[in-house]
Design a protein around this ligand. Structure first.
Ligand SMILES: Cc1cc2nc3c(=O)[nH]c(=O)nc-3n(C[C@H](O)[C@H](O)[C@H](O)COP(=O)(O)OP(=O)(O)OC[C@H]3O[C@@H](n4cnc5c(N)ncnc54)[C@H](O)[C@@H]3O)c2cc1C
Length: 632
């Protein structure tokens, strides 16, 4: 509610999913429904166990770092009650394979490549009679439910021993979305009507008008969507991710099942097995199926790969500091950290503004006013609808980090965390590390052009016209670079290209910004900085990263300003510059191929500040693997 970044669209998706679950429970037994309690699990579950005389406590295994801590604590507190409660932790539900098992079968190491993930999963027995390497089959849907407790037994209001603990509001990472008063959310543990109902956006102080995403939560919607793909055997059998267009919308070119996988409204294992059935039918009919990893099963394995990496690394996975797989790159706008009770230095939700210009780039990126219409269209689609295509995510993530702004990937991951309806820490963080060439992928000379890449998919600029309506009348010749249009044409097409995107236009003449920088110059700057960082061959757990020595090595000067990602200024800044050449444009064709080498980061923190011999070698090898590139 307060400490995880969640924008209105994801709240809406969650609440719709809960409402749908409640409906399904009622369909199984008219007296049943989903009962929502409004308190933290650690404090409320032990109290409910006692009050409701619970004899079996069942929950699903979750390998997210915070969830492991939460579940351990709940288990401990319930056992401490000595009431003989049986605690049953169900196996993994969110992934194909148990992430801990993947790690165990990968020699205790995080899964960093598809080949490692496939090899590790091939050793896992599903335990349901299936063969090793197959994900477990889904359990059948229940056909009925037992009777619930009576209303009197459920009622907590008349129990003087039941102290409702309201969580601390500050810091509230979602403050900017709360336009209204929080009416009744935490008033009582059972909600304002004392009926354990699903929470509403209004109760959380969020104006429902802000939740404008067309993507709807709930199992019924997920199953409806899945059926459309499974019924379309040609689509499912031939789907290859890098061949799907990032510019398609209403409908998009991929499944948009990711938020359902996140919220559990569609099991990834059901998706996997339904797809296998289609593959089987097509094979029998002599039809060719798309190969992994670009096909659907391959996409799901990518997801498991990130879960495996996260499961091995815990909290450190979600940040560079202390993270043995994250290459250290001295980005602008580095995160601040604080000590935690678990003895780690974790992100504290704020960052240091070492460079005012980088801060401006970051804000303009987030707000979709960079002056690069392809980037702005995607960022606005993300903000308003909560979902963008994978290659769209590639474009904007590369642009913010190693392909333009040279801003820390952690800033971008935070914005995605806030706005994505499918936000999944393992996938979000993993993919941001991939795109920024921090981990999983190292071909930093391959960059996405904010102009040519979009043009390749959508020469007429339909995506731009839809999400950047100021430009809707521009001739296709200028739709990706409207600042190049003659002034008279700009006026004729109803939009002047001027300023930084904060100026309001008139009804007759809108305003859209000029590009916030010369992309060619920035590409050079980023390449230079990436080479310098790779040559230093440091990872997040390097002593020099941990003790701050890196700042001297890279001539990095902390700024005096501390910001939080929502734009809040927390305290009372400075900058620098540089250049070089040697790049290729990425056309997304190899988007999910990855390094395919099992590169191991140093197990121990390196001491001496040598050059990046290992990584240079790897980079040369990898560049040799790139088959298509366009030198500019
Ligand atoms: C910077 C960045 C951040 C991302 N953040 C997230 C995130 O928070 N949550 C998330 O689920 N995905 C994330 N992804 C991965 C991917 O973009 C989305 O899973 C995908 O676009 C979802 O759309 P879809 O359901 O139509 O995918 P489809 O192409 O239809 O794929 C089917 C399913 O496979 C899984 N999948 C596909 N690609 C990936 C991938 N690269 N990594 C992990 N799982 C994948 C998803 O569960 C998806 O629903 C991110 C990618 C990037 C580049």
């Amino acid at each position: 509610m307060y400490r995880a970044r969640v924008g209105p669209n994801r709240w809406k998706f969650l609440l719709e999913s809960q409402a749908c679950l409640s409906e399904s429970l009622t369909e199984l037994n008219p007296r049943q429904k989903l009962n929502v309690v409004r308190e933290s699990p650690e404090s409320v579950i032990p109290k409910l166990v006692r009050r409701w005389k619970v004899d079996v406590l069942v929950f699903e295994k979750d390998t997210d770092a915070y969830a492991r801590g939460r579940d351990e604590e709940v288990k401990r507190l319930v056992e401490e009650l000595r009431l003989g409660v049986e605690v049953v932790v169900c196996g993994h539900g969110r992934t194909l394979f148990d992430p801990d098992e993947l790690v165990r079968c990968n020699g205790g190491q995080p899964t960093m490549t598809m080949s490692q993930t496939v090899k590790a999963s091939a050793q896992i027995d599903p335990g349901d009679g299936g063969k090793k390497g197959d994900p477990r089959r889904c359990v059948p849907t229940p056909v009925g439910l037992p009777e619930p407790l009576s209303a009197e037994e459920m009622d907590l209001s008349g129990d003087p021993g039941f102290q409702h603990e309201v969580p601390e509001r500050a810091p509230d990472f979602n403050q900017e979305h709360r336009s209204g008063k929080q009416e009744g959310h935490y008033e009582s543990v059972a909600g304002p009507k004392n009926d354990f109902a699903v929470v509403t956006l209004e109760e959380m102080g969020i104006d429902p008008k802000l939740a404008m995403s067309p993507h709807k939560g709930g199992e019924k919607e997920a199953l409806r969507l899945l059926k459309t793909y499974i019924d379309n055997e040609e689509y499912t059998g031939t789907f290859e991710k890098p061949k799907s267009s990032p510019a398609d919308f209403g409908p998009q070119s991929t499944t948009l099942l990711s938020p359902h996988h996140h919220f559990g409204t569609l099991s990834v294992r059901k998706f996997w097995w339904d797809v296998q059935e289609v593959f089987g039918k097509r094979k029998k009919a002599g039809k060719q199926n798309a190969p992994p990893p670009a096909n659907f099963p391959g996409q799901l394995l990518f997801r498991d790969m990130y879960f495996g990496a996260q499961a091995a690394l815990g909290y450190a996975f979600a940040q560079t500091r202390g993270n043995k797989i994250a290459r250290f790159i001295p980005w602008h706008l580095q995160s601040n950290h604080s000590d935690t009770p678990v003895g780690e230095h974790l992100l504290d939700g704020t960052y240091n503004v070492d460079d005012e210009q980088a801060e401006v780039y970051f804000r303009r990126w987030k707000e979709g006013r960079t002056g690069f219409p392809w980037i702005d269209a995607l960022m606005r689609q993300l903000k308003y609808e909560g979902w963008i295509h994978h290659l769209g995510r590639h474009s904007v993530a590369c642009f913010l980090t190693r392909g333009g702004c040279y801003v820390s990937w952690e800033r971008g991951a935070e914005v995605f965390e806030e706005w994505l309806v499918d936000h999944e820490t393992a996938c979000n963080v993993g993919n941001w590390m991939w795109l920024s060439c921090t981990a999983f992928f190292s071909q930093f000379s391959r960059m996405y052009s904010p102009v040519a890449f979009g043009k390749k998919w959508d020469p007429e600029g339909h995506l731009i016209r839809n999400y950047v309506p100021e430009l809707k009348n521009f001739d296709s010749k200028y739709i990706y670079e409207p600042h190049k249009a003659p002034i008279a044409d700009q006026k004729r097409w109803g939009c002047q290209i001027v300023g930084d995107g904060t100026e309001k236009g008139t009804e007759d003449l809108a305003k859209y910004p000029k590009p916030m920088f010369d992309f060619n110059e920035k590409r050079q700057f980023c390449l230079d900085k990436m080479k310098e960082a790779y040559d230093a061959h440091m990872y997040g757990n390097d002593e020099r990263v941990m003790n701050g020595e890196w700042k001297k090595m890279f001539n990095y000067v902390d700024g005096k300003t501390t910001m939080d990602e929502t734009g809040g200024l927390l305290s009372g800044t400075k900058k620098r510059m540089r250049t070089l050449d040697d790049h290729e444009y990425d056309d997304g064709e190899h988007a999910d191929v990855g390094d395919q080498i099992d590169e191991e980061p140093p197990r121990k923190a390196a001491k001496s500040s040598g050059t990046a011999k290992g990584s240079k070698g790897a980079q040369t090898k990898l560049d040799g693997m790139v088959t298509r590139s366009t030198k500019s």
